[in-house]
Design a protein around this ligand. Structure first.
Ligand code: SDX
Length: 392
């Protein structure tokens, strides 16, 4: 600090805003959206109902919900020219890169910004994004598979539609598995918002310059991609599969994670806010057991994850630092059981987080927050004279 400006790397002790959307208590492991406990919301509400709550502040009445769902479905068609953009990507392009690019490309087909004094313009941008974002995500998956790009099926609910867009191929009748749909609905509810995490802070600061909703969310997708944030769910599965290849030797990976010389971290462990169990991890761990019981299958990687958790939680390195499993530790195992490849796991996180990004962007804009522009402590050279090439 220079007495006026205090540097706070990673903003560990800095609050960026006041918000009414989500409450976290890191010590007690509490997560609430607009006052409702996450445990209740996952059990009693649908993804789209929780999205309405997070974005507009109240649980929707039946008629509000019917209109919300209808308005989103009305916008579930992408402009056919968007295919030219996705065609431009190589087959193996990471779907997170395609998702952020095509989300930003929506500004080529829709107003790039909204007049926030006009409620209907904000609502229009929100329902457009809620309708089109999962289609873009499914197109990215189809691009990687080399299968035809699917359209939304408006006869289905939001989550069932996502499943058919992701997995339907024209040569087979797509059979919807209600167990898989319910599991995905519950899993995505757990991802909807999480106060001022890295990607949400990104959406807020980009939006604070009055960049539009699509551009702001596109930036949030990029921030989520990093392995320290949403990208962790893909990294967890890579880690668990490596442990599986290593004959289940979890101790080896625990020791690697404790070795300061080794950049390896125990992916899916630790959290900036939760210094106790991430409540979402608790719910997902139980949901994974239930899903495999319902599907009559199992995944050896789930047993490895449980063994890894047990050993880590009894190790003082993790206990001292209050490192517990976070939302990403078990989620990848469920996504895999639903048929998603590793590269799609963070895309699914983004689909889940979309309502939170939207809600936080809307709150920031309607609160008239000033443009985000932090200061710094300058530690470079004092004034010096220019030198010609001969003098250098
Ligand atoms: C998400 O913020 C959110 O809310 C995010 C999220 C959301 O919903 O938006 O919850 C989603 O991003 C969950 C986190 C997913 N990331 C991972 O699982 C990656 C592994 N986790 C870590 O990189 C880390 O725990 C973070 C990034 C999650 C938190 O980092 P912090 O708060 O900056 O903590 P830190 O890096 O300062 O670590 C404190 C200490 C350090 O050791 P010392 O220097 O004190 O000796 O704990 C160690 C770290 O080395 N540590 C780990 C570790 N996490 C922290 N050591 C080994 N393995 C780990 N996973």
């Amino acid at each position: 600090t220079n007495g006026i400006i205090t540097i706070d790397p990673g903003f560990k002790n800095t609050g960026s805003c006041e918000s009414k959307i989500t409450f976290l208590d890191g010590e007690k492991g509490i997560l609430r959206h607009r006052g409702y406990a996450i445990e209740e919301l996952t059990k009693k509400a649908s993804f789209l109902e929780v999205a309405y709550l997070i974005i507009f502040g109240e649980l929707p009445t039946k008629e509000q919900y019917v209109k919300w769902e209808k308005d989103i479905k009305h916008h579930s068609l992408l402009n056919e020219e968007m295919k030219n953009i996705i065609d431009g990507f190589p087959k193996k392009a990471h779907p997170m890169g395609m998702l952020s690019s095509l989300t930003s490309a929506l500004t080529a087909f829709n107003p790039a910004t909204v007049d926030i004094t006009k409620e209907e313009q904000i609502y229009g941008a929100i329902t457009k994004l809620m309708g089109k974002f999962p289609v873009i995500a499914a197109w990215a998956h189809s691009k990687n598979l080399g299968t035809p790009l699917n359209y939304a099926d408006n006869s289905l609910d939001y989550i069932a539609n996502i499943m058919q867009m992701m997995f339907r191929i024209p040569t087979e009748k797509y059979v919807m598995n209600p167990i898989a749909v319910r599991a995905l609905d519950e899993l995505l509810i757990l991802h909807e918002d999480h106060e001022q995490n890295c990607s949400t802070s990104t959406v807020r600061i980009v939006g604070s310059s009055e960049a539009g909703l699509f551009a702001s969310v596109s930036s949030g997708v990029s921030a989520l991609w990093g392995r320290l944030h949403g990208g962790a769910n893909q990294a967890v599965l890579e880690m668990l599969e490596n442990i599986q290849k290593d004959g289940g030797d979890v101790e080896k990976y625990i020791n690697k994670a404790k070795d300061k010389e080794d950049p390896f971290r125990l992916m899916g462990f630790g959290h900036r806010v939760y210094k106790n169990f991430d409540p979402r991890a608790r719910i997902i761990k139980k949901a994974a057991d239930e899903l495999f019981a319902d599907l009559g299958t199992n995944d050896p990687v789930l047993e490895i994850a449980k063994h890894l958790e047990e050993v880590a939680l009894n190790d003082e390195y993790f206990a001292e630092r209050k490192l517990y499993p976070n939302v990403d530790f078990y989620s990848g195992i469920i996504y895999r059981a639903l048929g998603f490849p590793r590269e799609m796991m963070t895309v699914m996180f983004a689909i889940g987080r979309l309502p939170g990004w939207i809600a936080q962007w809307k709150e920031m804009r309607l609160n008239g927050e000033p443009i985000g522009r932090p200061r710094q402590l300058y530690t470079g050279y004092a004034l010096r004279k220019f030198k010609s090439f001969e003098e250098r």
